[in-house]
Design a protein around this ligand. Sequence first.
Ligand SMILES: [Fe+2]
Length: 244
Amino acid sequence: MRTELHFHLLPGVDDGPETMDESLTLARLAVEDGTATVVCTPHARDVDVRTVPERVEQLRAELRAAGIPLKIVPGVELAQDDIARLGRAELEIAAHGPADRRWVLLEAPLFLDAPGLLEAAGELTARGYGLLLGHPERCADLMAVGGGLDELLQAGVRLQVNGSSLTGRHGDQAQEWALELARGGRVSVVASDAHRPTRGPVLTLAVAALVQAGVTPEAAERMVAATPRCLLEEGLAAPSLSRR
Ligand SMILES: [Fe+2]
């Protein structure tokens, strides 16, 4: 069964689903897409992170009442501008994995500069967290030669590409970069980064796009199932990045 590590499922907190009904529809779509576990990752800038566990608990009760067989766990999507204001307690809500291998989801910026991202990555590393970098293929600054992606990968940062990039939703360039990263063996995880029923779960389509591009079916499925599950269970070591 598949595991989604980047998914906006909580209602009424960010640019994800607006209502509980929309959240339940998204959850049903995730189950139909072959997913057993979703990490709820609202944008840290839009939510009081300390309320995320309670919001997940409320949604869990609704899923149970609606008979939707989906396991959900709390998480947060961090942006580079969030890090300085978040304390230990908030980062621990965002983090996953066993005590000595905690990691967080840090998004590559769509509009901001990549040097700021490297600085944020260094700060999180200094605070002891491993890093899963969300949608690098959507950040032209980072994908440029010398943009810092190689440095991050070499240090032990893992990459999460969006299924919606692989299917072409974010344009030809993002699709090309996502496929190039995947074919090069640099992608650990593919996630839907779903926001609403009209931008829903796409893991089945993403796996098909990967296979069509020459990735083996086993490797493609691993990116949406075994590897994300393993990251939740076994965690990720903090990369060896120097603080900027
Ligand atoms: Fe997201």
